[in-house]
Ligand binder design. Structure first.
Ligand SMILES: [Fe+2]
Length: 223
């Protein structure tokens, strides 16, 4: 099974797709790449928008897409890419950001992340709210941040483009092949320019490891 865990494909939900036509093109590119399950993960910035407003926008944009989807489209799972902010642990209904039927939350770290600033928030999310946090695109962060958070038991998603860049390929390959906590891969598709070219390149470069990670995603999402 081919699962794209991280994609910005809801029309107008964020800067990933400006209109329905773009979204349908993205879904078609995913289908052509052999994607079976496509996670729609629009950005949720809790410091800019309330959760009810985000959920309303996500629902409206998803319904617009769903009505226009062709019969052969990949299965779409509606979730979110949630930006880590202090205080997020107190928001009621955070579970609605998780992948359907799970407590799996895809979380983006701020670029100025420091454990001192976010320790309390992460602790409550993990141990009191009992969310199963998957860190989005760990390839964007420093070794020290990634090592520290994975050591605390968080799971990780890696973006396809990091396997295709000379600068980042070695590190992503090492994580993917050596760490059981790498549970997902994503296109993080925005627009249609790159499409699934890098996703397919990643699949080829990872070989059997790709299937191992897809098996973990499948289990995590109870597919
Ligand atoms: Fe993203």
């Amino acid at each position: 099974m081919n699962i794209d865990f991280h994609a910005h494909i809801l029309p107008g939900a964020d800067h990933g797709s400006d209109c329905l036509e773009t979204s349908l093109r993205q879904v078609e590119l995913a289908r052509q790449a052999g994607i079976d399950v496509l996670a729609a993960t629009p950005h949720f910035y809790p410091h800019h928008e309330s959760l009810p407003d985000f959920l309303k926008r996500r629902e409206e944009t998803f319904l617009r897409l769903r009505e226009a989807l062709p019969k052969n489209a990949p299965k779409i799972l509606v979730a979110a890419e949630t930006y880590l902010c202090r205080g997020i642990e107190d928001i009621d209904g955070l579970e609605q950001l998780c992948f359907p039927g799970t407590r799996v939350l895809l979380m983006e770290l701020p670029y100025d992340f420091s454990i001192r600033t976010y320790e309390q928030t992460l602790d409550v999310l993990q141990y009191e709210r009992k969310l199963d946090i998957v860190l989005a695109h760990i390839d964007r962060y420093s070794d020290s941040v990634v090592d520290f958070l994975l050591g605390l038991g968080f799971q990780a998603q890696i973006n396809a483009d990091s396997f295709c860049s000379f600068r980042t390929k070695k590190r992503s390959m090492a994580w993917a092949t050596e760490l059981d906590c790498v549970v997902a891969l994503g296109s993080d598709i925005h627009g249609c320019d790159v499409g699934y070219r890098k996703f397919l390149k990643m699949k080829k470069r990872l070989g059997a490891t790709y299937d191992v990670i897809m098996g973990r995603t499948q289990k995590l999402l109870k597919l």
